[in-house]
Design a protein around this ligand. Structure first.
Ligand code: PEP
Length: 249
């Protein structure tokens, strides 16, 4: 059985006190779930989050990192820094990083290399823009995002990769891909992986869906055979909603 995952991306939300309070609510109310649960607080809250969750099943993960190990990169965070505060998993390639901070497939290939070098797990995000879908190019776009950033890895490296298909038009917009659209793309991703690597790899990899997942739609999206969970933005900021989503399997 593939690993099921529900990951909350807090983005640039929640200061230290708010982080403590949300984690308190989550730890008090999160039941045992089929899914592994992860949260990605902002950098300044990571260490505190790690301390609070040290004995809890919820994993604290990073939202981003630089591809260099250290040096003159003002404002950036390295893999080693994340690891030093207990973080072993990092989100890379989020569409907001691509759109607002100029992250390209080439930069992301370097970031995933660095994460691999540090034996970190990667939640790799990708997905088409609205124009790509309207023009029918969405499959091609997704395939090239995956190929450019990840297909230089040997099959053995993929045990550290979790994929997160996030159509850009559905992120933070309230518009969700239909469960059928999500399933269609996730199946395509698996077929692409099977062609490039093997059926075994394709069938073993967890592929999350992200884009306006809420308690009201999570169950139906997660019930699709190729959807293994979700990367959750807005709804991860309310304990009640995030817990309801984590319980949706
Ligand atoms: C995200 O940021 O990864 C995301 C899916 O956001 P939202 O759930 O708010 O659309």
């Amino acid at each position: 059985m593939r690993r099921k995952i529900v990951a909350g991306n807090w983005k640039m939300n929640m200061d230290l006190a708010q982080t403590e309070s949300l984690i308190d609510e989550l730890t008090r109310n999160m039941p045992e779930t089929v899914a592994d649960v992860m949260i990605a607080p902002t950098f300044t809250s990571l260490y505190r989050a790690f301390q609070l969750l040290r004995t809890h099943k919820i994993e604290v993960i990073g939202q981003n990192m630089h591809y260099e190990d250290n040096g003159a990169f003002t404002g950036e965070i390295s893999a080693g820094m994340l690891k030093s505060v207990g973080v072993n998993t990092v989100i890379l390639g989020h569409s907001e990083r691509r759109a607002y901070f100029g992250e390209t497939d080439e930069m992301l290939a370097k970031k995933v290399d660095t994460a691999m070098k540090h034996e970190m797990e990667i939640v790799f995000c990708f997905g088409e823009e609205l124009e790509d879908r309207k023009s029918g190019n969405h499959f091609q776009v997704v395939e090239s995002q995956l190929k450019n950033a990840l297909f230089h890895f040997p099959e053995s490296a993929w045990k550290n990769i979790i994929l997160a298909y996030e159509p850009v038009w559905a992120i933070g917009t309230g518009e969700t891909a239909s469960p059928e659209q999500a399933q269609e793309m996730h199946k395509f991703i698996r077929e692409t992986l099977a062609a490039a690597y093997s059926e075994e790899l394709a069938n073993g990899i967890s592929i999350l869906y992200g884009g306006s997942v809420k308690p009201g739609n999570a169950g139906e999206i997660f019930s699709k055979p190729d959807v293994d969970g979700g990367l959750i933005g807005g709804a991860a900021l309310k304990a009640e909603d995030f817990i309801a989503i984590a319980k949706s399997f």
